[in-house]
Design a protein around this ligand. Structure first.
Ligand code: ARG
Length: 461
């Protein structure tokens, strides 16, 4: 309340705005389950160490259980005056069990409390995301198997390059998503140490057992240094960095879907379920979900940057700046969840237009490399010269307005007399992809092997 002497002029205004800038409850209420779990572990440890009586400990653990139920049933009244989730939960606990509630915060600070809660939250987010990415890999692998032998143009510079198989293209993303899962798993290992017991910054004089609380919360170990425990948010940065890279992968696939669904490509068709119409152009079927995945990548990268910039100037230990770590992380987690689910849906939904893909696969002289390879193999030509021969055939075909395989044998032999009828066979796109049997290559045979290997590696166990 305002001082009666100057309150009219000062206290109410600043107090209100102070509360608005300071309160984090509107967003950090999402930490409630982790906060309660952390408090229960801390309480059990205090009892075990005889810092708290069993009676108080039981009252606290059960009271926290009731708070959890109130929050989950929507009865809980969150208060801005109580700033954050930690104070909201503790204040309600005091209403429920009285004075014993005030003993919970023994040997603890909100600084180690929030660091613990947030690690638990990010750990859960990583686990959820891993499951979602596995689902996306499953969808990609299913389409890869279906289309192990479906020929399509492969591009470099978005110029037709060489024929590849659609399955091979799907599996490229399975690999990328696999590395994303690996990055998240690596981040999880480094994240999985417990800051609880760091207290405000220096540790505590109470005989706490940090190994016990760490184990209760499924952390591998307590963090070694109490200053570090309350000061760093590298685990959140690492999570967002891994998500940013993953989002870039999703964005590239989204971009391909946008291109592939266009009337000029028509490589794939999305159903009504994953497209929208236009209010003016009746023919439109817009790939909005793909466009939005592409767009939201900007937010994910932006959120990573936002927290990097928050952290870069902070002296040890805790500064309130670090309260601003949560919204970026929540937005990244929510955005990733949505984008991965939408992408998984589209991959399952898309109709792959195999005839159009096949026709496109041969357009743009994409098998010119195959005729060059033939000259190397059959005529023992150095590759550089063979490249020149194939280039001349392309030039000749271009001048006649036809494909290389439509040149007559005489015309081909005018470029290179060694060319025989047999050389024509290698110009077929199916022949081209079937010949690419090198490890990791695009041949249907290899794609089917890769499908089995990817299943075993990413989906089983
Ligand atoms: N809401 C705060 C945060 O998220 C909790 C820690 C507050 N600590 C403090 N010393 N004010 O960072």
């Amino acid at each position: 309340a305002a001082s009666s002497m100057w309150g009219g002029r000062f206290a109410v205004g600043p107090a209100a705005i102070m509360s608005r800038i300071n309160a984090s409850i509107d967003f950090d209420k999402r930490l409630y389950a982790q906060d309660i779990r952390g408090s229960q572990a801390h309480c059990r440890m205090l009892v075990r160490q005889k810092i708290l009586t069993e009676a108080d400990g039981d009252a606290i653990v059960q009271g926290l259980e009731q708070v959890r139920q109130e929050i989950e049933s929507g009865q809980f009244r969150f208060s801005h005056e109580l700033e954050d989730i930690h104070m909201n939960v503790e204040a309600r606990l005091a209403e429920l069990i009285g004075e014993a509630a005030g003993r919970l915060h023994t040997a603890r600070s909100r600084n180690d409390q929030v660091a613990t809660d947030f690690r638990l939250w990010v750990r859960d987010a990583i686990d959820g995301m891993d499951g979602a990415l596995k689902g996306l890999q499953q969808a990609l692998i299913t389409r890869a198997e279906e289309h192990a032998a479906t020929v399509m143009p492969g591009f470099t510079h978005l110029q037709a390059a060489q024929p590849v198989t659609f399955g091979h293209h799907m599996l490229a993303y399975v690999e990328m998503i696999g590395r994303d899962r690996g990055r998240l798993a690596d981040a999880r290992v480094r994240l999985n140490e417990c800051p609880l017991g760091s207290a405000a910054l220096a540790g505590t004089s109470f005989p706490i057992d940090r190994h016990f609380t760490a184990a209760q919360l499924d952390f591998a170990a307590p963090m070694n240094n109490s200053l570090d425990g309350v000061s760093d948010r590298d685990f959140a940065l690492e999570f967002m960095a891994a998500c940013s890279i993953c989002a870039v992968h999703l964005s590239r696939l989204a971009e391909e879907l946008v291109i592939w669904t266009s009337a000029q490509f028509r490589f794939v068709t999305l159903s009504d379920a994953f497209t929208t119409g236009s209010s003016i152009m009746p023919q439109k079927r817009n790939p909005d979900a793909a466009e939005l995945i592409r767009a939201k990548t900007g937010r994910v990268i932006g959120d990573l940057n936002a927290l990097l910039i928050v952290m870069k100037g902070l002296p040890l230990a805790y500064s309130k700046d670090m309260q601003d770590d949560k919204e970026p992380v929540f937005e990244v987690a929510d955005t990733m969840e949505l984008s991965i689910a939408a992408m998984t849906g589209m991959i399952g939904d898309m109709k792959v237009n195999t005839l159009i893909l096949k026709a496109a696969a041969g357009a743009g002289f994409t098998t010119a490399t195959d005729i060059a390879d033939w000259c190397v193999r059959e005529l023992k030509m150095p590759f550089r010269r063979a490249h020149h021969v194939a280039g001349s055939l392309v030039k000749l075909a271009e001048s006649k307005g036809c494909d290389i395989d439509q040149l007559s044998l005489d015309e081909m032999q005018s470029v290179e007399p060694g060319i025989t009828e047999q050389a024509r066979a290698v110009l077929a796109v199916d022949h081209s992809v079937a010949s690419r049997v090198s490890f990791g290559g695009t041949a249907p045979l290899r794609v089917r092997e890769q499908v089995a290997a990817a299943r075993a590696k990413w989906l089983e166990g």
